[in-house]
Design a protein around this ligand. Sequence first.
Ligand code: HEC
Length: 100
Amino acid sequence: MRSALALALLTIIAAAGAVAYANAAEPVVALKEAPGRAVTQGLCAVCHSLEYIPANAPAMDRGAWLKTVQKMRERYGAPIDDAQAREIVDYLSATYAGKR
Ligand code: HEC
């Protein structure tokens, strides 16, 4: 009985270790250096990878980023105030807007 419990505990510890390792191995997406980068990195990585930004860039312009940031705030509840949203949209439309 005790050894079964010990085995179960070991399995849990091993699984937790594997998860921690997977997270540590995930590549960190570094956004392009420009004004507004810090606030964008800080607030847009809360729920998903920053990779969403370069991945969507080719199809984006200012209006599309404005809509996306609005959607993150209104539909998904992103904790971003108006001033921060303006800074983020300025940054994204200056550096990650492929649609001209
Ligand atoms: C409160 C959580 C949250 C925050 C904070 C957040 N997002 Fe999202 N985002 C989501 C969810 C949920 C989705 C849709 C599901 C998915 O694909 O993960 C999404 C999807 C996206 C997509 C994919 C295209 C789309 O419109 O669905 C982009 C691009 C994106 N987010 C950009 C951003 C940017 C830029 C920021 C910072 C302003 C941001 N997100 C902050 C939750 C969030």
